[in-house]
Design a protein around this ligand. Structure first.
Ligand code: CA
Length: 228
């Protein structure tokens, strides 16, 4: 059974989520104090962590930092409305996605399933199996891209960027993370480079590059490749 760790101090939210998530077939461990999060993670070894940011005892960002230093467990953050700074900090610390309160439980379940679907692909180090999401197929081994069945030739950086986006479909990827991944952490060039590459990619993979559906902009944070 898939195990989730829910770190949330508001009982009304946590109880509702637990009931729904259990009905969806997940096993849920719930802690309400930030200080209990890491010890419970150690004991339960969940498949995914749903982490509120504003917590008594230890903040969500601190918990995220601690977990990420020790594990690749997927983390979805729950943030207050307007707390864009927390959101960006959390994503920079390695959270995989976030939801802004109030959110629908259905949306949370969809995000959890999307991340768990992708997780095993990334755990296979060196594995270069082709990945296909929403009609875009990337084959790293053959260095081939197909969009809706048609082969598309891409320059190396655009290929790398598209491959990374598709392999992490459904997740929010910060600008810094993308620049680190594609251009390297010692990259000192113009950060507009990323936007230029995204713009070019959209002309190749979007039906209408001005109304992108596949490569979505997450305002103030980065980009997300739509997973459906
Ligand atoms: Ca809270």
């Amino acid at each position: 059974m898939t195990k989730l760790l829910l770190v949330e101090d508001e009982a009304s939210i946590a109880e509702g989520l637990t009931i729904t998530l259990e009905a969806e077939g997940f096993e849920v461990a719930w802690v309400k104090d930030g200080l209990e999060a890491v010890p419970t993670w150690e004991r339960v070894r969940p498949d995914l962590v749903v982490l509120d940011l504003m917590l008594p005892g230890m903040s969500g960002t601190e918990i995220c930092r601690t977990l990420r230093a020790r594990s690749d467990v997927p983390i979805i953050m729950l943030t207050a409305r307007d707390a864009e700074v927390d959101r960006v900090v959390g994503l920079e610390l390695g959270a995989d996605d976030y939801l802004t309160k109030p959110f629908s439980t259905r949306e949370l379940v969809a995000r959890i399933r999307a991340i768990l679907r992708r997780a095993p692909i990334q755990e296979i180090a060196g594995e270069e199996a082709p990945v296909e999401v929403g009609g875009v197929r990337v084959d790293r081994a053959r260095h081939e891209v197909q969009v809706d069945g048609a082969a598309v030739d891409l320059p190396p950086k655009e290929f790398e960027l598209l491959a990374y986006l598709v392999e992490h479909a459904g997740r929010v990827l910060t600008r810094d993370r993308l620049i680190d991944e594609i251009w390297g952490s010692d990259y000192v060039g113009d950060t507009k480079t990323l936007d230029v590459h995204v713009r070019r990619l959209r002309t190749r993979v979007e039906a209408d590059p001005h109304e992108p559906r596949r490569i979505q902009t997450v305002r103030g944070v980065g980009y997300r490749f739509a997973d459906a």
